[in-house]
Write a protein that binds this ligand. Structure first.
Ligand SMILES: NC(=O)c1ccc[n+]([C@@H]2O[C@H](COP(=O)([O-])OP(=O)(O)OC[C@H]3O[C@@H](n4cnc5c(N)ncnc54)[C@H](OP(=O)(O)O)[C@@H]3O)[C@@H](O)[C@H]2O)c1
Length: 345
């Protein structure tokens, strides 16, 4: 089969599409003919060797994807060949390929209304954001939610899930054109962290109270401003540090306002709680099927475009999600355009 291979650690230029052996499923596994895989910021960290889990080279990149079940190993009873599914393969990866063999516990049936290329880039961003906001942050209807890095994959999912949970959503980012797309995706307010004073704007937009819940994929200066613009009893959700600076917390601020600074280890959550992962996925996919959530596919291109897709993500040229499709998932071969809006920059 064809696969995106990482032969040595480095930047996206090391990647190439080559032949890779298929693998028959063992007990508890399924083999899936993939239509596509979702591009994640984490892919950049995995190939650079800076991600928390290291992989022996060569390996096949790609944490998530969607396609059709080909074969089930012994003991797999919730799936059968021909099922349309998504897969989130946090440990094994290998989803930028024609096929992947993965634990059945990380595979979920996709409703007929949801295109497979939409599902291919869904699991990580929507799963992370839902786990962060509903489980870790206990976001309540009527509360204010700030989403940093809102034009990104996790960010735009958090904007939509925050709205679905009844919050007033303030989205932040560094580019007006991308923030306009975030407004179209459902945010109530946007703040440009490059041209505006973040702390002052967040306080103004929350009538001086500060935000009830803040979801932070950025860290650095954005985190520091968040600590000064969070409400009493607020929850600050730590997702990642795309700014490159891991911030430090002054515990007196936590004490005075009674705030919670909460880690969101989504990969660990899915490993420890496969049933909760599957239940959340089903709920979120139903929200897509019914039109409550509208995943935003910015870019859909063949596996061979992996280098430029990752460079665009690194260079902040992507809004929402990029997906790489296989020959089986090529939009014409799959029967039309993928779902979700494709928004030009
Ligand atoms: N905790 C978990 O379980 C978990 C799960 C998934 C992802 N993550 C992490 O979450 C982070 C975001 O992932 P993603 O896939 O959403 O990435 P993404 O699609 O690249 O989005 C990140 C957004 O942050 C902004 N940004 C990028 N570089 C920046 C910089 N140097 N300084 C400030 N802002 C910057 C960009 O928006 P603007 O250009 O508009 O500012 C971009 O849209 C990553 O660190 C990823 O590893 C964690």
């Amino acid at each position: 089969m064809k696969a995106v291979i990482c032969p040595r650690l480095g930047d996206p230029s090391v990647l190439y599409v080559g032949d890779w052996p298929s693998r028959a499923p063992q007990a508890g596994e399924v083999r899936i003919a993939l239509h596509g895989g979702g591009v994640n910021y984490t892919d950049l960290m995995v190939i650079a060797g800076t991600y928390q889990r290291r992989y022996d080279v060569p390996f096949v990149l790609g944490t998530e994807g969607a396609g059709v079940v080909m074969q089930c190993g012994a003991g797999v009873d919730h799936l059968r060949p021909g099922d349309r599914v998504l897969v989130q393969n946090n440990i094994g990866r290998g989803c930028f390929a024609d096929e992947v063999t993965a634990p059945a516990a990380r595979v979920c049936v996709v409703p007929a209304e949801v295109p497979l290329l939409t599902a291919a880039g869904f699991a990580i961003n929507y799963g992370t954001s839902y786990y962060a906001l509903a489980t870790r942050g206990q976001l309540q209807s009527g509360e204010s939610l700030v989403v940093h890095g809102a034009s990104g994959g996790v960010g735009i999912a958090a904007v939509q899930i925050g709205k679905a949970l009844g919050a007033t959503v303030i989205a932040t980012g560094g580019d007006d054109a991308k923030l306009a797309a975030v407004m179209r995706a459902g945010a109530d307010h946007v703040v440009n962290v490059r041209s505006e004073n973040l702390q002052e704007r967040l306080l103004a937009l929350t009538n001086g109270r500060g935000a009830d819940v803040i979801l932070d994929t950025v860290g650095g200066d954005v985190f520091d401003a968040s600590m000064r613009a969070i409400a009493v009893d607020g929850r600050l959700l730590i997702i990642g540090f795309v700014s490159g600076r891991i911030p430090e917390v002054a515990c007196n601020r936590i004490l005075f306002k009674g705030i919670s600074v909460i880690g969101v280890p989504y990969g660990g959550f899915t490993e420890r709680n496969p049933l909760a992962w599957a239940s959340n996925m089903r709920r979120l996919l139903e929200m897509v099927a019914s039109g409550v959530l509208r995943p935003l596919l910015h870019r859909c291109s063949p596996l061979a475009d992996v280098q430029s897709a990752l460079c665009d993500l690194r260079d902040r040229k992507t809004i929402g999600k990029a997906v790489l499709y296989t020959d089986a998932g090529r939009p014409s071969a799959a029967g039309g355009a993928p779902g979700g809006a494709v928004t030009p920059l």
